[in-house]
Ligand binder design. Structure first.
Ligand code: NDP
Length: 310
C-alpha cells in the first residue's frame, strides 16, 4: 500500500531532503508517495519544519502524525489546529554536530584561545590554563543534546554538572533539577551551556537574579534558543564584568537585527544559528522509522508532550 507523505517545509528544503527521504523510505520498506504539494485529504503523514507555509492542520483529516524535522518544536507545539501526535527530531547527525560545536566553544574559553589569536599588541604573555578537571561546566537541559555534550566533556576530563526539569541520573555528571536545583547548578559553574527547549517555563532562565548566582568571570554558551536568556540582564552582567564572555548562536529575532547591541559588544560572539543543522541522511531515517511504526500500529518515537511544550 502507498503511504502519502507531505513535505511541509520551506521550498528551499525540498531539494535537500527529497532524495535522502526516498532512500530512507526504501530502506525501511515503505512504499511512499512523497511530495511538497498534495491534497490535504490524501495526506497520511506530514513532515514539518519551521517557516513552512502550512499553519492550519484542520483539513488534514486522515493524517496520523506530524513529524518535525527540527529538534525544537516551539513553532508548532501551540498550534490549536493540530490534534494528531507531534514527534520531534533526535537526529544522530545533529547530535554529533551540536556536541562538536559546543566542545569547540568550551575549549576556546577553557584554553583562552583569544588571548593569542586576537593579540593586536603582539604581547608575549604565557598563560597556563587549569586542567579540565579543575573547571566545572554546567549544562542547562540534559536531554538528547545535553547528555551527548556532557559525555564528550566528561571524556575530556571536565567536571560536568547538569540541570533538568525532572530528577535523573547520568553517569559521571552531577545532576540538579527543578527551580531549586538551578541556583546550586549555577553557583559552581565556570562555563554554562544552554540546551533547553523554548517553552513558557524556560523563558529567561538566565535573568538578573540567576546570572548573579554564577561565579564572577563565568562564560556562557547558548546554542539552545534566544528566549532562554534575558538579553538586557546579560548585557548588564557583561558590562559589570560579572560574566566574562558569551557565545550566542540563537536569538529572540533571527537574523539578529543589525542594531542589536550583541553585534558590537566585545564580550559577545554571535554565530548565525549554526550549532547543529538537521542532517538529511540521518534525520530521514528517523522520519522513516516513525512512519514504519505508524503503519505497523506501533507507538511513535519522540512524541512531544504538548502540555509541557517539548
Ligand atoms: P530534549 O527535549 O531532549 O531535552 C530538553 C531538556 O531540557 C531535558 O533535559 C528537559 O528536562 C530540560 N527542560 C525542559 N524544560 C525544563 C524546565 N522548565 N526546567 C529545567 N529543565 C527543563 O531536547 P534536545 O536535547 O533534543 O534539544 C534541546 C534544544 O536545543 C531544542 O529544544 C532546541 O531549542 C535546541 N537546538 C538548537 C540547535 C541549534 O542549531 N542551535 C539545533 C538543535 C536543537 P527533562 O529531562 O526533565 O525532560
Amino acid at each position: 500500500m502507498t503511504v502519502n507523505v507531505l513535505f511541509a517545509a520551506h521550498p528551499d528544503r525540498w531539494d535537500t531532503y527529497q532524495t535522502p527521504l526516498q532512500a530512507a523510505f526504501t530502506e525501511a520498506g515503505i512504499n511512499a508517495h512523497l511530495s511538497p504539494d498534495m491534497a490535504p485529504d490524501m495526506v497520511d503523514y506530514i513532515i514539518y519544519a519551521p517557516n513552512a507555509p502550512l499553519q492550519d492542520f484542520a483539513p488534514y483529516a486522515r493524517a496520523k502524525a506530524v513529524l518535525n524535522l527540527w529538534a525544537g518544536v516551539e513553532a508548532v507545539v501551540d498550534n490549536r489546529t493540530l490534534k494528531i501526535p507531534l514527534a520531534r527530531m533526535v537526529d544522530p547527525g545533529m547530535t554529533q554536530s551540536m556536541t562538536e560545536w559546543v566542545v569547540g566553544h568550551v575549549m576556546r574559553y577553557h584554553l583562552g584561545f583569544d588571548r593569542h589569536i586576537v593579540n593586536p599588541d603582539h604581547l608575549w604573555e604565557p598563560h597556563t590554563p587549569p586542567l579540565a578537571a579543575e573547571r566545572n561546566v554546567c549544562i542547562l537541559g540534559m536531554g538528547a543534546l545535553g547528555t551527548s555534550v556532557a559525555g564528550s566533556l566528561r571524556g575530556l576530563g571536565f567536571s560536568v554538572s547538569g540541570w533538568s526539569r525532572r530528577a535523573k541520573s547520568v553517569e559521571g555528571v552531577t545532576l540538579h533539577h527543578g527551580p531549586d536545583g538551578l541556583k546550586t547548578a549555577l553557583s559552581e559553574a565556570a562555563i554554562v551551556i544552554l540546551l533547553l527547549p523554548d517553552t513558557a517555563a524556560t523563558e529567561n532562565t538566565l535573568n538578573a537574579e540567576t546570572l548573579a548566582h554564577l561565579p564572577k568571570g563565568a562564560f556562557i554558551i547558548n546554542p539552545g534558543r534566544g528566549p532562554l536568556i534575558d538579553d538586557a540582564a546579560l548585557l548588564a552582567a557583561l558590562d559589570s564584568g560579572h560574566i566574562a564572555h558569551a557565545t550566542l548562536d540563537v536569538f529572540r529575532i533571527e537574523p539578529l537585527p543589525q542594531d542589536h547591541p550583541f553585534w558590537a559588544h566585545p564580550g559577545v560572539t554571535v554565530t548565525p544559528h549554526v550549532a547543529a543543522e538537521t542532517r538529511p541522511i540521518t534525520a530521514s531515517r528517523v522520519i522513516a522509522e516513525n512512519i514504519r511504526r505508524g503503519e505497523a500500529g506501533e507507538p511513535f518515537l519522540l512524541l512531544v508532550d504538548r502540555s509541557r511544550g517539548y
